[in-house]
Design a protein around this ligand. Structure first.
Ligand SMILES: Cc1cc2nc3c(=O)[nH]c(=O)nc-3n(C[C@H](O)[C@H](O)[C@H](O)COP(=O)(O)OP(=O)(O)OC[C@H]3O[C@@H](n4cnc5c(N)ncnc54)[C@H](O)[C@@H]3O)c2cc1C
Length: 593
């Protein structure tokens, strides 16, 4: 079984040199964020992740959460680890001080969350859902709701859930049927919700469900959905958990992966719920949760990739098999073989690219929330909105690919459960499905995020990429010249697709959607390449100045070169699939399949 060690060196590089931690620390409310504090938090959280969470990962997978008589028992050690998590103040890190949080920026929360997810994805889902629920209540809850729920949820003593899905309503939430009947100051909620992550568990004293339901005379479709807060235990006047509410866990699912994370079927039978915000605006509020959650699920792709890479690398340095192509009588460790190196480099390069893009987006989230200039906040928000489906869709698809390559590096033992490599792939597999499938992310990207605004943000992003391309042109090095050539062709491919989508969205929408997922992949690859190119430029500068960790910077340039040669070169082929591929996608009649 592999250990997990937080990749703090690369995290610091991305935070400081690519995502602009210094600028984020100058934003209003971030004044206390010093370099020392950042390093301290990364170190301490890395220790918690590797010493407390990671050792529970494999055992948690084997044991799984168990349901009996409406209650769920999480695997051995989870409850105690969660207690330590709450006592350590980890849950409160990124929330405002007025609710008991530490008010730290999203940019710092990103590596912290990445570590939990790498160490133990199943465990990390509990705080993920709580975070989404806190964000929704902070923005749309009444003062009373904020007072009752937020301090407990920020601390982590009470956890949160997100109740959207019903048997007939998955991607299409217009089909939600759960009912809400007004009774005095509250509503009675009835219906069944399925697939609710941490919908029931034994780690916290109360569970706060945020539930989508329809009031009696609500209009059909998404315009008739309201959001309710439905606690498992109704809070007493003194804030302690009181009477048990009428929401029961009927069962939990048996799944391919994330076995320790309970996925609950919840039955609401006239449960007491309180309206959040206004009636019929529920889906809009839920999107607030979903955006935060989609970003966090994107981090899951990155985190699993990092864990799979660490495990594959350790194995490749240990496993002896076959002689070196350069000669010698004895068999060598498999890291000597070029194809194993190719696999490890593809894992490393894609993981670093995902990290760089995700943290850059996290820094823009901070600017969008905290910058003192309104225009700058709006500009940053537009960038974040455009990037969220890319971070979610591309990073999770890539996380699966990297976890699968990790198994390949192991050979046969990778397929055997004791090794642990297979768990990463099984756990990763859900990440492209929940919080909106890759297809749904891609629809969002081409529709709401691109066509609806005439491609304005996409064009700004491409302009910023062209500036990096120009910088690469000035730098004199074979590696940077090769990166520039591949990057330039990839940006052109992206630019042509943006223009093509802009033209065709109104007159041939099916053709655009036929290429939506390939376009999301193309944008992910190019955005990752953009950040890797920036990383290579920084590394080249440091080497020229003779500053810092020479080996790290040299490796960064070579990793960016690998990314350019092996990943960025895929962009022109994807462009062709997007622009010409609809014919093949849409040609057959239903009977011909
Ligand atoms: C382990 C797990 C945990 C989960 N946790 C939660 C949770 O905490 N809370 C919650 O509310 N839900 C949760 N879910 C539900 C999850 O969000 C849904 O499964 C997901 O949104 C997909 O919905 P569906 O399963 O009904 O698939 P469907 O919507 O039926 O989709 C089936 C296929 O059709 C495609 N498709 C559907 N519509 C379109 C379209 N318009 N364009 C292109 N393709 C389309 C999809 O991409 C997919 O490939 C969880 C699910 C699982 C398995």
């Amino acid at each position: 079984m592999s250990d997990y060690k937080a990749p703090i060196r690369d995290m610091q590089f991305v935070l400081n040199d690519l995502a602009g931690m210094i600028e984020v620390a100058h934003l209003p409310g971030c004044e206390d964020v010093t370099a020392d504090l950042v390093d301290q938090i990364l170190e301490q959280n890395g220790k918690f992740a590797s010493e407390v969470l990671a050792p529970l990962n494999h055992a948690g997978d084997e044991e799984g959460s168990k349901w009996a008589n409406g209650e769920v028992k999480t695997p051995r050690g989870f409850k105690e680890a969660y207690q330590q998590f709450v006592e350590g103040g980890w849950n409160a890190l990124q929330f405002p001080a007025e609710y008991g949080g530490q008010g730290l920026p999203k940019l710092l929360a990103a590596p912290v969350m990445e570590m939990w997810k790498s160490a133990n994805l199943s465990f990390s889902l509990c705080p993920l859902l709580t975070t989404g629920a806190v964000e929704a209540l902070m923005l749309c809850g009444t003062e009373q709701q904020k007072k009752v729920y937020l301090p407990k949820m920020v601390e982590g003593r009470w956890t949160g859930t997100m109740n959207l899905t019903e048997p007939q309503a998955g991607s299409d939430l217009a089909l939600v049927r759960a009912k809400a009947v007004k009774e005095g100051d509250h509503y009675l909620i009835s219906g069944q919700k399925i697939f609710i992550t941490y919908g029931e568990h034994d780690m916290a004293e109360n569970i706060v469900h945020l539930v989508l339901a329809r009031t009696a005379d609500a209009p059909e479709g998404v315009r008739g959905i309201s959001l309710f807060v439905v606690p498992k235990f109704l809070p007493n006047a003194d804030g302690t958990p009181g009477k048990r509410n009428n929401v029961q866990c009927a069962s939990i699912e048996h799944k391919l992966g994330i076995h320790a994370s309970p996925t609950a079927v919840l039955v609401y039978d006239n449960a007491t719920g309180y309206l959040v915000g206004e009636e019929n605006h529920g889906l809009g509020y839920m999107f607030i949760m979903m955006n935060a959650a989609r970003f966090a699920v994107g981090l899951e792709g990155l985190a699993i990739a990092e864990r799979a890479y660490q495990q594959a690398l350790a194995y490749a340095k240990d496993r002896v098999q076959s002689r070196d192509l350069a000669g010698g009588a004895k068999s060598v460790t498999i890291i000597h073989h070029p194809d194993v190196r190719r696999m490890l480099m593809s894992m490393k390069a894609q993981t670093e690219a995902m990290r760089a893009l995700a943290y850059v987006v996290a820094a823009m989230l901070d600017r969008a929330h905290r910058h003192k200039e309104k225009e700058e906040r709006a500009r940053a928000q537009a960038f974040v909105d455009f990037m969220i489906p890319i971070v979610k869709g591309w990073s999770t698809e890539t996380g699966i690919e990297v976890a699968s390559t990790g198994i390949q590096v192991h050979g046969g033992v990778g397929f055997i459960e004791e090794t642990g490599a297979a768990q990463h792939l099984r756990d990763a597999r859900i990440t492209t499905i929940y919080e909106g499938t890759t297809g749904i992310q891609a629809n969002d990207l081409v529709g709401r995020k691109l066509a609806r605004e005439g491609g304005a943000t996409a064009k700004e992003v491409i302009k910023a990429m062209r500036r990096v391309e120009a910088e690469l042109g000035v730098a004199k090095s074979d590696d940077l010249a090769a990166i520039r050539a591949a990057f330039s062709a990839a940006v052109t491919a992206a630019e042509e697709c943006v223009a093509w989508i802009g033209i065709n969205y109104t007159n041939d929408i099916k053709a655009v959607h036929a290429g939506a997922v390939p376009f999301l992949r193309l944008m992910g690859i190019v955005c990752g390449g953009w950040q890797m190119a920036r990383a290579a430029l920084v590394a080249q500068g440091r080497l020229a100045e003779g500053k810092g960790d020479k080996s790290f910077y040299q490796a960064k340039i070579k990793t960016a070169r690998f990314y350019a040669d092996h990943l960025l070169t895929q962009a022109p082929a994807l462009r062709n699939a997007i622009v010409h591929g609809a014919v093949g996608v849409l040609a057959l009649s239903e009977e011909q399949f």
